[in-house]
Design a protein around this ligand. Structure first.
Ligand code: SAM
Length: 241
């Protein structure tokens, strides 16, 4: 049997993985609903995209957008990245610095070595005490979660008072024409029931996000808009606890 730890408070057993710990509570593992079945199918589609086209689907190389997100966030202190991706070091972390410690949570963590502390966990069940982090970030990950309200409420719980929640979303106008041709691997992906496309339940718009923050009682403190052609815009949002 592999290594495991037991929580003294709730008795939950957490197992060691090849390169991390599995911090997904058993309560979550038992949930089998149509929504979570859809989530798993979307996640499987994402895994294909990470294998076939990592640079288009993950922050693996520094570039304009990744650098602007990092500049917008101005990371300092203890930073939690929710849905940090399977790559060893997200490009928006920039170069390692003495002023910042990154921790990531990601359902796909644990099978591959990372260059920072990364746990297998879900945004809906963050395995941390309250008021721990200076920043909690969601970099293009929020619209892959079943109900974005739950991970945002969790982010608020684990964020220090005065700390920031930084969110990066991609907006796409519905009238964007479909490309004439897509790669064969993409054409083979199926859009599961309840999902808007092959990767997500629904895209979160900037307006959706503003009302989500209001409902969670996080104060919208600033945002940056980055046009990406005629139909797409990225938004970087800062909310203060
Ligand atoms: C588009 S990727 C972004 C990854 C990384 N932030 C980046 O920019 O490279 C979205 C990530 O969210 C993760 N994810 C999906 N559902 C999640 C959940 N419920 N909790 C935490 N992460 C989740 C996926 O596994 C995936 O790695």
């Amino acid at each position: 049997m592999g290594k495991s730890i037991i929580c003294e408070t709730c008795g939950e057993v957490y197992e060691h993985l090849a390169y991390s710990w599995n911090m997904v509570p058993s309560q979550h593992r038992q949930i089998s609903s149509t929504l979570w079945d859809t989530w798993q199918k979307l996640e499987n589609n994402q895994i294909v995209s990470y294998r076939m086209a990592p640079e288009q689907n993950l922050s693996v190389v520094e570039g304009n957008e990744v650098n602007e997100f990092a500049a917008f966030c101005k990371f300092k202190g203890l930073v939690l990245d929710v849905g940090c991706g399977p790559q060893p070091w997200p490009a928006y972390f920039g170069s390692p610095s003495m002023e910042v410690d990154f921790i990531g949570v990601e359902p796909l963590a644990g099978d591959v070595e990372a260059d920072y502390v990364k746990l297998r966990a879900f945004g809906e069940y963050l395995p941390f005490q309250k008021k721990v982090f200076d920043h909690v970030i969601f970099a293009t990950s929020l619209d892959h979660m079943v109900d974005p309200f739950v991970p945002i409420a969790e982010a608020k719980r684990v964020c220090k008072p005065g700390g920031q929640v930084n969110i990066w979303i991609h907006e796409k106008k519905p009238e964007e024409p479909r490309p004439e041709r897509s790669p064969e691997w993409y054409e083979r992906l199926e859009c599961p029931t309840l999902a808007e496309d092959v990767f997500r339940f629904t895209r979160i718009t900037f307006d959706n996000l503003k009302s989500l923050l209001q409902h969670t009682d996080l104060k919208l403190d600033g945002w940056h808009e980055l046009k990406r052609g005629e139909y797409r815009t990225s938004f970087f949002v800062r909310a203060i606890k």
